[in-house]
Design a protein around this ligand. Structure first.
Ligand SMILES: [Zn+2]
Length: 437
């Protein structure tokens, strides 16, 4: 349920329309009918925006208010496979451990795993996520139940009489039509990677995305092995070959992009292509380190993702945001690179744009009330001398106190409001046991 709220003298941290991140101390912020009604320096102006309606007063002492994070690459229900297989390279992890377990998945298991992932994301400041997985309608059911923004991807293929998977545009168009009026949802076309389908399928999927004007979610150049095998099969590197197939003409969430050359960085610098950088997953699977500074210098827009919870092993955007900054500094031996303001904008405003939520990701009148409240009085956060820097270098997921999406509390003073956390955890443990060999 949406609630009108007045944040009372809170420290506001937000990207602005000019791309800069600003801090305003002792701000009064009014939320009405799911949107930011006003950001004011005094109570009278803020209350004026609420026009005598009922509202909840939220004390802002020792609190920061910032936009919710957008997780741009995820496989939510892989939460059920979390901690099932670690210390393996991507190929062995995927083909030997993950794929055999995924054969046992069904709609109910995916809904359960998605709920667990949503509970974790809400607790760690995230209000919107991409998702690429089986039984996408189970993920939708969980996201709508949670009141969470989800850009889900549709596997628009069906088996032909011989059992081969063939693209069918009607599967995608039907999903676009079905969910068009649901403001929390966005639809993408699922294209797993350049290495999983027969060659003939790719140009058909690229044409389908162009025909429907649909975002594509895809893994690109995650490992050196992927690049080597793509060169052997096609004579081109993954991003270059995907461009040749016709991809990157419509909005694209290109996950990983670890192993690129200059030509591929130029391809990924196209408008509406977003590189979803997943540093923890890339490091944990031993895939390497994406050079996001080089990508930015080439003109690409980089956003952040956790990847699935089985390869990270969490969905904590604070963790990946900090890792992304530290890795960039270390790779280039330059402490000034990827500062806190850049990282916060990447995790909020740019991430929301990447997921297709154009009016979310910053705090100003008229924008969506997608907000997180962060406590600054924990020992690890204190003193928050520079709040922007503190959010990147000191904050932990546990410092997130409350979170709302479109004016609805999903967590209020550390208690989840829309999901039954205990039930979710219990069901997830049972589900994980069913998937085990
Ligand atoms: Zn992935």
């Amino acid at each position: 349920m949406q609630e009108n709220v007045l944040f009372d003298r809170i420290t506001l941290v937000t990207p602005g329309a000019d791309g800069q991140v600003t801090v305003r101390q002792e701000a009064w912020i009014a939320v009405k009918d799911g949107r930011i009604a006003c950001v004011a320096p005094d109570r009278t102006s803020a209350e004026g925006a609420l026009e005598g309606t009922d509202y909840v007063l939220y004390p802002g002492r020792d609190r920061l208010l910032l936009p919710t994070f957008a997780n741009t690459h995820n496989h939510m229900a892989m939460s059920l496979l979390r901690n099932a297989a670690d210390d393996l390279a991507l190929h062995n992890w995927l083909f030997d451990v993950i794929f055999p377990r995924e054969e046992k998945l069904d709609y109910g298991l995916v809904a359960t795993g998605s709920r667990l992932a949503l509970a974790e994301m809400i607790r760690s400041g995230t209000g919107a996520s991409a998702d690429m997985y089986f039984y996408h309608e189970a993920a939708i059911e969980a996201a709508l139940e949670a009141g969470f923004r989800l850009n889900f991807s549709v596997d628009a293929k069906r088996p032909d009489p011989s059992g081969a998977a063939v693209p069918d545009e009607r599967i995608l168009s039907e999903q676009i039509r079905r969910w068009r009026s649901e403001p929390l949802l966005r639809v993408s076309l699922l294209v797993h990677s350049v290495y999983l389908y027969p060659q003939a399928v790719y140009p058909q999927l690229a044409a389908m995305a162009a025909g429907q004007g649909c975002t594509v979610q895809i893994h690109v150049a995650e490992t050196a092995r992927e690049v080597r095998e793509c060169l052997q099969q096609y004579g081109r590197r993954p991003a270059a070959q995907l461009a040749r197939f016709g991809f990157f003409q419509t909005p694209t969430l290109a996950a990983h992009c670890v192993h690129l050359d200059d030509e591929e960085r130029a391809i990924l610098a196209r408008p509406s292509v977003y590189v979803a950088h997943c540093p923890a997953s890339n490091l944990k699977l031993g895939s390497g380190m994406a050079d996001i500074v080089a990508l930015q210098e080439a003109g690409a827009t980089v956003v952040l993702g956790t990847d699935g919870p089985a390869s990270n092993n969490n969905l904590d955007m604070y963790h990946d945001m900090r890792l992304a900054s530290l890795l960039g500094k270390g790779l280039h031996r330059a402490a000034a690179l990827l500062p806190a303001a850049t990282m916060l904008k990447m995790a909020t405003q740019d991430g929301c744009a990447a997921l297709g939520y154009a009016d979310s990701g910053l705090i100003a009148a008229g924008w969506q009330a997608d907000l997180q409240v962060v406590r600054t009085d924990s020992p690890g956060f204190n003193p928050p001398a520079n709040p922007v820097n503190a959010l990147l270098y000191s904050a932990a997921a546990a410092d997130v106190e409350s979170l709302m999406v479109a004016g609805q509390w999903l967590m209020y003073k550390r208690a989840l409001q829309t999901l039954d956390e205990e039930k979710t955890r219990f069901e997830a443990e049972q589900a994980a046991a069913r998937l085990a060999p």
